[in-house]
Ligand binder design. Sequence first.
Ligand code: MN
Length: 286
Amino acid sequence: MGLQTRKVQRVVTPQEVMEGAGVRLRRSIATRELDYVDPFLLLDHFGSDNPEDYVRGFPMHPHRGIETVTYMLRGFVEHKDSIGNAGRIGPGDVQWMTSGRGIMHEEMPQPGPGGMAGFQLWVNLPARLKMTQPRYQEVPSARIPEVKRGDGTRVRVIAGEVDGVTGAVTEIAAAPAYLDGYLPAGVTFSQPVPRGHAAFAYVFEGEGAFGVGEDDQGTSAVSPTLLILGDGDVVTVRAAAKPVRFLLVSGKPLHEPIARYGPFVMNTREEIQQALDDLRNGTFVR
Ligand code: MN
């Protein structure tokens, strides 16, 4: 038996939402249509040529029980947090923040050449790590390996492994892959993803077909589109007439109860109430 190609199970059109102090963004996970893709709890695609759409940013706010992953394409995010990190991430940089029991932080987008664009993904923490010590990993663009194939394919490996190259971010509970892939027109790409792991692709430039097999044209998607992939061994992508650029993200599902309330994601309502009590009592950040 050969390896099974993961077929597209669901096609999701991102919804425009307002978040933070007035940031316009495209959300495709954590909507009424799609609550979560265990272990992924949220996917936002931000970006605009108009600073009015984002400069109000995300002033100081808490998180508990999750990891927030920010990946920049253009422009900058100025940030600071309650565990002493402060600075600015820019094009190609990644910030992988494990909130654990509690972090307060501020995320303020700033324009750069070509405006501002990027992604924020929320990765759930297993129950045993929800109250772990907060951890912060910042990876500058230059430290993110890029795999280049002879056919013109380029894949930035933020987490996971491509062609034997290990990503910059490691030791994450969900054992995730987080790839930024570019395929020129006419090129096919395939990437193993462990069977049983959740996987999705997010097309953010051009157009490509996913779940392509020997006798299967797959499912075509034009930017911006989220594609939830069914189970199998391999993700396949083909760029036909146009190049395509996409995120490919996978991770091990937790299969645990989810209680979410804004920036807190726990297992029970009582734990959410505890987070609110801790905030009120000044015991949230310890
Ligand atoms: Mn945040």
